[in-house]
Design a protein around this ligand. Structure first.
Ligand code: FMN
Length: 165
């Protein structure tokens, strides 16, 4: 049986985030946000995280220009938000006008109703095959009490009640 990396990584459960950045032209700020599951913690001191984007992603190009990214780690109730921000740009723009996002104090990037959040400045990036791994330094962060997380596994969204094993 032939498998590719996607087939293998389907078995690796991840959380789900909305990442946001913006462009600014003539003083007008236009926000962009997409759904990602590539968030990884990299370093505690200094606090660093990584995200991976398709190298031809419009979002990545904007992030390289602005140098800041907001990360909202979704709880289970964020499933429809995750679906909305995985669509094409015009549909995501519509979602941005419907889903309340609040500009973070450290970066101005939009943060959404979430289990936890971070605001990061771009520290480094590494081109890796057809993706680019971005390293962000965490400038501000917060978390709510533990709640049912949104999980991406086997190509779909899942929720499960927290039960320590
Ligand atoms: C669960 C899930 C996880 C995703 N994770 C990533 C990711 O880590 N990196 C990425 O570039 N796109 C990811 N996507 C796709 C983006 O949400 C989005 O569709 C795409 O990157 C938008 O490309 P654009 O910036 O060129 O418009 C994910 C989609 C889903 C549904």
């Amino acid at each position: 049986m032939n498998h590719d990396l996607r087939d293998v990584m389907r078995s690796f459960a991840t959380g789900v985030c909305i990442v946001s950045t913006y462009t600014e032209r003539d003083g007008v700020r236009t926000h962009n946000a997409i759904t990602v599951n590539s968030l990884t913690s990299v370093s505690l001191e200094p606090p660093l995280v990584s995200l991976s984007f398709r190298h031809d992603s419009e979002f990545f190009a904007e992030l390289m220009r602005t140098g800041v990214v907001g990360i909202s780690i979704l709880g289970a109730e964020g499933e429809s938000t995750a679906r909305a921000f995985a669509r094409r740009r015009p549909e995501r723009d519509r979602a941005l006008s419907e889903v309340a996002g609040v500009p973070g104090e450290a970066t101005g990037t939009l943060l959404f109703d979430a289990a936890a959040w971070m605001e990061c400045s771009l520290r480094d990036h590494v081109v890796a095959g057809d993706h680019v791994m971005v390293i962000g330094e965490v400038l501000a962060m917060g978390a709510r009490e533990a709640q049912t997380p949104l999980i991406f596994l086997q190509g779909g969204f899942h929720r499960f009640e927290l039960e320590q094993v």
